[in-house]
Design a protein around this ligand. Sequence first.
Ligand SMILES: Nc1ncnc2c1ncn2[C@@H]1O[C@H](COP(=O)(O)OP(=O)(O)OP(=O)(O)O)[C@@H](O)[C@H]1O
Ligand SMILES: [Mg+2]
Length: 289
Amino acid sequence: MALLSRRTVEISHVKIAVSGKGGVGKTLIAAGLACAFVDKGFKTIAIDADSSPNLALTLNLTPEEARQIVPISENKKLVESKTDTGFSGVYRLSFKVDDIVREYSVKTPFGVNLIVMGTVKSMGSGCTCPENAVVRALLRHLVVERDEAVVLDTEAGVEHLGRGTARHVDTLLIVADANMKSLEIAKHIHELASGSSIKRVYLVGNKVGDKAQEETIRNFARENGLKILVFIPFDRTVVEMEMRGETPLKDRDSEAVRAIEGLATLLTARNDQQEVKAERVMREGGKQL
Ligand SMILES: Nc1ncnc2c1ncn2[C@@H]1O[C@H](COP(=O)(O)OP(=O)(O)OP(=O)(O)O)[C@@H](O)[C@H]1O
Ligand SMILES: [Mg+2]
């Protein structure tokens, strides 16, 4: 895939959160996008904001390497070093976090830097427990202040929106398959996101096995005002790779992985012409990537 100059894409457009019902493919899509951004020449950080993190394996770390990662919110020493004031019950809320990125992000084999956040409790409600203060500051720093592509893999369901985990991102992808339950959750996430500051909210149809499934997703999206960005096919190669304990992202010829790379191309459209093409694909919800 052609290398893009980082300067030609407005970096704020490459701050992406991936959401949706459990098991719809959020982690595969988040990891696939992060790898595709690296291929396009972006320095890229993938954030695992799921309380049962498994983005590391999809980014091709071994289970042993993944197990060694201590999530930020569970790293008591780190949290204390940032927030401790010496007075019990009184926490510092303002501190530097750029060193956390340097010291606690893990370089993965595909070139993506990974940060595992751990459990995040009600960030939106202004909870001031010290772990949240660190995670909140770090998320803000990663998404707002840094000149890197960011992909945030969120926890299943709608709660993360209430927590404000994805608050600063530019683009929210809602992943759904043709299962009505996943579509209903997609609708709920869309409603919640409409009241937020996130500018671009799109539906991504995943595990699409046939025309009937594609139509189900298309009709639901039309009836509920959701914009479809792309359909990713159901891909047996992905299932087989997972059965062997390998990340599906190793197989760049897999149809699903290619569709995710295409999605990354849409999300990094550099100019009007590409935007127009992206808009057309969005409208048609096609696989013509
Ligand atoms: N397009 C696809 N074709 C076939 N299998 C897929 C596809 N997308 C995802 N999968 C598989 O579906 C399973 C669930 O995917 P994934 O773990 O990415 O979902 P998730 O939404 O992150 O789940 P969770 O909510 O548990 O974090 C995985 O085994 C994954 O490999
Ligand atoms: Mg996941």
